[in-house]
Design a protein around this ligand. Structure first.
Ligand code: PLP
Length: 232
């Protein structure tokens, strides 16, 4: 099928270009290239669109829905080794079991009930996905994430009450805001809580995020092309 093959080649080329821009931004910020991980956000795209990106060597992927990821990734993981799958969408308590079973990293830990459910389920399954706390840096009502002024207390609760090991923080700045304000806020919260990982920066602002210390950038459209409308 000419059209689908054409778009697959485009995905490969776009991935190479994003990697080049990440390297350039890291070096401009006086950082090592290897200090920034690229997550390819494959939500809404099917296996045919994802495979060429895997073939190009990309191994870290992000999905925002547990069910969609469970449909797509088990088969892809049989074809490609060492895939690292990250959950970047809101996690409902009733999907915690599936999420712990499927994901290598959960970036959307944002409330005590979820922290307790994760702790229980991780013990039950004897699996320890890497955990990031999502901070709602713009305090947007419609967005998940712990409000910035509750972040320290929530991090303490995760660690002390739930015994969770946290790796870092994630944020999604409000559309239209200068993202740098939000990236810096996330960096400050991480710094005072001894958290190393900063998941921030998407297709439109990943270079700015890298200059603010992002250790992981989450890039979707710039690799896979424009998404069909995401019902979330
Ligand atoms: C969709 C999504 C991205 C990727 O956004 P693009 O603008 O397509 O790069 C990154 N992070 C989260 C949490 C997302 O939901």
């Amino acid at each position: 099928m000419a059209t689908s093959q054409g778009s697959n080649i485009a995905n490969h080329d776009r991935l190479v270009e994003i990697r080049r821009r990440i390297d350039t931004a890291a070096i401009a910020a006086g950082r090592r290239r290897a200090s920034v991980t690229l997550m390819a956000v494959s939500k809404t795209f099917d296996a045919d669109a994802i495979r060429p990106v895997l073939k190009a060597g990309q191994r870290v992927f992000g999905e925002n829905r547990v069910q969609e990821a469970s449909r797509k990734w088990p088969a892809l993981r049989e074809q490609f080794s060492s895939v690292e799958l990250h959950l970047i969408g809101p996690l409902q308590s009733n999907k915690v079991g599936d999420a712990v079973a499927l994901f290598d990293c959960i970036q959307t830990l944002d409330r005590p009930k979820l922290a307790r459910a994760l702790a229980r389920e991780m013990a039950r399954q004897n699996r320890s996905p890497i955990l990031l706390v999502q901070v709602n840096t713009g305090e947007e009502a419609q967005k998940s994430g712990v409000p910035p002024n509750s972040a320290d207390a929530f991090i303490r609760l995760c660690r002390e009450e739930c015994g969770l090991v946290l790796a870092g923080l994630m944020c999604i700045p409000p559309a239209g805001d200068d993202p740098v304000v939000h990236f810096n806020m996330l960096g400050e919260i991480a710094g005072r809580n001894g958290l190393a990982e900063l998941s921030m920066g998407m297709s439109n602002d990943f270079e700015a995020a890298i200059s603010c210390g992002a250790t992981m950038v989450r890039v979707g459209a710039a690799i896979f092309g424009v998404r069909r409308k995401d019902p979330s």
